[in-house]
Design a protein around this ligand. Structure first.
Ligand code: MG
Length: 449
């Protein structure tokens, strides 16, 4: 995993590592890698955003790259702008759902998809080597400022429409979606109540949208008798949803519902998700003509899966959704519009959520030094053969074994010295039994590694 671009599919680094000096080098390296052309640069609301963005832009200009600075921009708007302005790449200065003192650099391809690990490794190699492209005085890149918001709203309104009007509480967490997301919902004809919408870089709630961090949103939905609550993380590539009764809708349930809606809208086909997603999705989409394909964790793998399988939709159980008819950048803002369209066509969320099957999910973290992870995974992969009576094994990212009634995923954390076990079964007894066995196996493997 990369030294500069972080791990586990979020390409963010800690602010004390991400200095303006490093941002300058990333700009030079990206310019060197591209060898010319145009790059769109946006940033989220963090206090270090301007500092890092300007350093990065300097690096790009020095390598002869023209830069379009789009200022405060959710990740999906950057992805949209790349295609709108026919740029060769895009960059968002963001640390996604991480605390305010963090920041990072995310790079995007011309088709709106994130840079792959291989591409990031190449940028890192250029930084290590230090041989940067240096433009002559008359070939230094030009800087312009652009605002793609109007076009984004226009195109989104062409893609999504509502017959009715709804009351929405929108909590963008003081992040980059604070202005654009409520704006789009209002343009769709809804009444919008905004929470945490001053884009100051000071975050009132934890940025990861979950049942705990969205308690304020849930309460407001109840008090205002709203139809739905919508929340984003810091760069608004993710969506969290609260139903009309003020309950946080579990990610797996939302993933099933939206996949089902996309199949209804665009016809039967494939849905891409990651190895950590449960069976509810498979069971929910099958009657709608959907087939689920699982890929590695991370939005790059999901986008690649969508293209390879020509899928109608791809999403992770973290609320990261990619709608290929729209773009290959995960887009929590467009996702919010789609959720409203789904409610408009199919009915209230609290009712829809009842249609999704629920199983028992258990998770465990077992301490494992980083140096032992590879060997321990090897031992686990060998040992599961004799220990569990499974039908299928998927080893594209960790080891997932599954039967028709249960699955277990063994996967080392990308960021922490722990081994994760995630499992799902139809009954509590079965789940607990599997967890005891899985835990024993992992502890033994770590001991022997
Ligand atoms: Mg994010």
């Amino acid at each position: 995993m990369g030294k500069y671009f972080g791990t586990s599919g979020i390409r963010e680094v800690v602010n004390d590592k991400l200095t303006p000096e490093l941002a300058l080098k990333v700009g030079k390296a990206l310019g060197t890698y591209l060898g010319g052309g145009r790059v769109v640069v946006g940033m989220d609301t963090r206090t270090s955003g301007e500092m890092l963005k300007n350093a990065l832009i300097s690096g790009l200009l020095s390598a002869g790259i023209d830069v379009m600075d789009i200022g405060l921009s959710p990740t999906p708007l950057t992805g949209f702008a790349i295609r709108l302005y026919e740029a060769d790449a895009g960059v968002t200065i963001t640390a996604s759902h991480n605390p305010p003192q963090y920041n990072g650099i995310k790079v995007w391809q011309r088709n709106g998809m994130a840079y792959t690990n291989e591409m990031e490794n190449e940028l890192e190699r250029i930084i290590e080597e230090g041989k940067f492209r240096k433009a002559a005085w008359n070939e230094i890149g030009r800087l312009s400022h652009a605002d793609p918001r109007g076009e984004y709203i226009k195109k989104a309104l062409e893609a999504v429409s509502l017959d009715g009007s709804y009351t929405i509480v929108l909590d963008a967490g003081n992040g980059a979606g604070s202005i654009l997301s409520p704006h789009l919902q209002r343009e769709l004809g809804n009444k919008v109540i905004s929470l945490n919408a001053h884009p100051s870089g000071y975050f009132v709630r934890e940025l990861e949208p979950n049942a705990g961090s969205l308690e304020g949103l849930a309460k407001t939905v109840r008090v205002m008798k709203a139809d739905v609550g919508i929340a984003h993380d810091g760069d608004a590539d993710r969506i969290g949803v609260v139903d009309d009764e003020g309950n946080f809708v579990e990610y797996e349930v939302m993933l099933s519902l939206i996949s089902g809606y996309m199949l209804r809208r665009f016809g039967r086909g494939k849905v891409i998700t990651t190895v950590d997603a449960g069976f509810a999705l498979d069971d929910y989409v099958k009657p709608l003509g959907g087939e689920v394909v699982r890929v590695r964790v991370g939005d790059v793998a999901v986008a690649e899966g969508i293209m390879r399988e020509n899928a109608v939709f791809g999403g992770e159980p973290s609320g990261t959704w990619i709608m290929p008819q729209w773009n290959l950048t995960p887009d929590g803002i467009f996702a919010g519009a789609l959720v409203l369209e789904m409610i408009d066509r199919l009915g209230p969320l609290s009712e829809l959520a009842k249609e999704v099957p629920r199983y028992v999910t258990l998770r465990a973290k077992i301490p494992c030094p980083n140096g032992k992870k590879a060997k321990a995974m090897e031992l686990i992969a060998r040992e599961v053969l004799g220990s569990f009576d499974y039908k299928r094994l998927i080893d594209i990212d960790g080891v997932r074994i599954e039967n028709d009634e249960w699955w277990i995923l063994f996967r080392p954390s990308g960021t922490e010295p722990i081994m994760r076990i995630t499992l799902e079964a139809h009954t509590k007894e079965k789940a607990e039994g599997l967890m005891r066995k899985a835990r024993e196996l992992v502890e033994r493997a770590i001991g022997e590694a």
